[in-house]
Ligand binder design. Structure first.
Ligand code: AMP
Length: 205
């Protein structure tokens, strides 16, 4: 089952992807996480991507498309995958084939800003928390692996604004792109997490 999770930054794609990954036994492929790993490893791609990412802009298509295509050729993707944060432009979408469902996550702007500004991520295992909505048991410490929780540079107010603009201009056209293909399923995220999980599983049936 090849899935795309589409929606603005902060809507909860990553959190839901981790849930679906467990349920369906297919990997979550977050291009954002992969790029942050490249930066950590100090690779050429990481160095090229860093300034775009920190300022909330998209990394150019020519850097990301082949990188993603190689990743989904790996063995763990044989039964399918969840793309979280890819595609983000029409050329990226055109580079993909054999997609079964596109889940489109919806939330209003106020909710998104609240989710992004309170988000905390584990440096070690990348688990996602929120200071109010999904607080860790101990402040600043990951429940799952005791790693350090941190706030991403692009979850600061200035970069959040830019990312939402970029989403509107470059990624929103994908809603019609996939609607026309009959693949788009809307999921409202203005509800508790359990309800969102349930709606996503129904959409995947
Ligand atoms: P995310 O973790 O999905 O919010 O991604 C963080 C940042 O990584 C984005 O703001 C972009 O700079 C970059 N990025 C991630 N995925 C893509 C993509 N598919 N195309 C271009 N840039 C991306």
């Amino acid at each position: 089952m090849n899935l795309i999770f589409l929606g603005p930054p902060g809507v909860g794609k990553g959190t839901v992807a981790k849930f679906v990954m467990e349920k369906k036994k297919i990997p979550q492929i977050s291009t954002g996480d992969l790029l942050r790993e490249e930066i950590k490893q100090d690779t050429e791609l990481g160095n090229q991507a860093k300034s775009y990412m920190d300022s909330g802009q998209l990394v150019p298509d020519e850097l990301i498309i082949n990188f993603l295509k190689e990743r989904i050729q790996e063995d763990d993707c044989k039964k399918g995958f969840i793309l979280d944060g890819f595609p983000r432009t029409v050329p990226q979408a055109e580079a993909l084939s054999e997609i079964d469902h596109v889940i489109h996550f919806l939330a209003n702007e106020e909710t998104i800003i609240q989710r992004l500004s309170g988000r905390r991520t584990c440096r070690k295992c990348r688990a996602i928390f929120h200071i109010k909505n999904i607080p860790p048991n101990v402040e600043g410490v990951c429940d799952k692996c005791s790693g350090e929780l941190y706030q991403r540079a692009d979850d600061q107010p200035k970069a959040i604004k830019k990312r939402l603009e970029v989403y509107e201009q470059q990624t929103e056209p994908l809603i019609d792109f996939y609607k026309e293909k009959g693949l788009l399923k809307d999921v409202d995220t203005e509800k508790p997490l359990d309800g969102i999980f349930k709606d996503v599983l129904v959409a995947l049936k």
